[in-house]
Design a protein. Structure first.
Ligand code: BTN
Length: 326
């Protein structure tokens, strides 16, 4: 059995929240107590809270609903998508990227933890074990990179749609691809493209959705939140995954034919900064204006007044919105 398999089995055994002694786990999995202790340390280093009590053994601080392919596919409205669940991986986006050649459209990979989870602009995406959803979906586009314009905004719509179906209606979208709850980051989207810029390419759509983080997340540089805080319960991650996959699949079938246009209205209804003054930061430049919406290709529309008092409307494809100091 590989280290990977042993760790998966340890997590499955401990998931009930009961105590298991190192020697019981060892004999069940056919490895020594020392080996169990080594694997437990590794899992702890990934953020899985395993307590060790002398004379009793190991126990999770709370029961864990492990991600399970069978449960996810059973909950999906139709088994249109191939789903794979991994225990620990560097990044689900990288995993999908490495497998691209033989992947069916819509292939989705989820992991319990990421050791090198990535956000936009090279930032780290904090990915502790068993707390959240880390998922990547592959989708082929024939129109080259241009066909991907606005895709991250449509993904935002699919995420908020899934949240509404879970009973959470107040999530909002921050251009280009953050999902916020009460002004704090709940989910992020990282899309990477592989292939020929001018013909067939594959979008690797990574979504990180915070479900039940530990409080102690000093590494995250911005205000964040998770579903558990707003829902007063911890939603089952397999339910959330199934909803997300279904909504992503539905969205992508439309998007590949019509692009962002059919989603602009839904996106705009969820726009955190609709008709509000914002500043757009592009490198060292700060552009101030009122955010009056987005275009059909996903550009941000900013309205401002020039020095002669004339209204100026401009669109932007890059940059980050900030309202700090306004
Ligand atoms: C962001 O808001 O900066 C984007 C965050 C995207 C995180 C997800 S988690 C699954 C996938 N794998 C990664 O390494 N990143 C994305």
């Amino acid at each position: 059995m590989s280290d990977f398999d042993i760790r998966s089995l340890i997590v499955r055994e401990l998931a009930s929240g009961q105590f298991y002694s190192g020697s019981d786990l060892g004999s069940k999995l056919g490895v020594s107590r020392a080996a169990i202790s080594k694997h437990v340390k590794f899992l702890q280093s990934l953020g899985l809270e395993i307590f060790s009590v002398t004379g009793k053994g190991y126990r999770l601080d709370k029961p864990l609903e492990v991600l399970d392919v069978g449960q996810i596919t059973q909950k999906m409205s139709s088994p249109h998508t191939k789903v794979e669940v991994l225990n620990v991986i560097d990044s689900t986006n990288d995993y999908v990227k490495a497998k691209l050649v033989d992947l069916p459209n819509g292939f989705t990979c989820l992991a319990e933890a990421q050791t090198a989870g990535r956000g936009r602009h090279g930032r780290k995406w904090v990915s502790p074990f068993g707390s959240n959803l880390y998922m990547s979906m592959a989708w082929r586009f024939e129109g080259g990179f241009q066909a991907l314009a606005g895709l991250s905004l449509a993904v935002g719509v699919a995420v908020t749609e899934s949240l509404s179906q879970l009973g959470l209606n107040k999530a909002s979208l921050k251009w280009p691809n953050d999902v916020l709850l009460n002004g704090k980051k709940l989910a992020g989207v990282l899309i990477e493209a592989e292939g020929r810029p001018d013909s067939s390419c594959v979008a690797i759509i990574g979504i990180g959705l915070n479900i039940n983080m530990n409080q102690d997340q000093g590494e995250i540089a911005q205000p964040w939140t998770d579903l558990a805080k707003s829902m007063n319960r911890i939603p089952n991650r397999n339910d959330v995954a199934a909803l997300l996959i279904d909504n992503m699949h539905k969205m992508l079938l439309i998007f590949q034919q019509q692009g962002l246009a059919p989603f602009v209205e839904s996106w705009s209804e969820r726009n955190t900064f609709a008709n509000k003054p914002i500043k757009l930061i592009i490198g060292d430049e700060e552009i101030h204006g009122i955010n009056t919406g987005i275009t059909d290709s996903g550009a941000l529309i900013l309205e401002s007044v020039d020095s002669a008092g004339k209204k100026v409307i401009k669109t932007y494809f890059g940059g980050e919105i900030s309202v700090r100091g306004l």
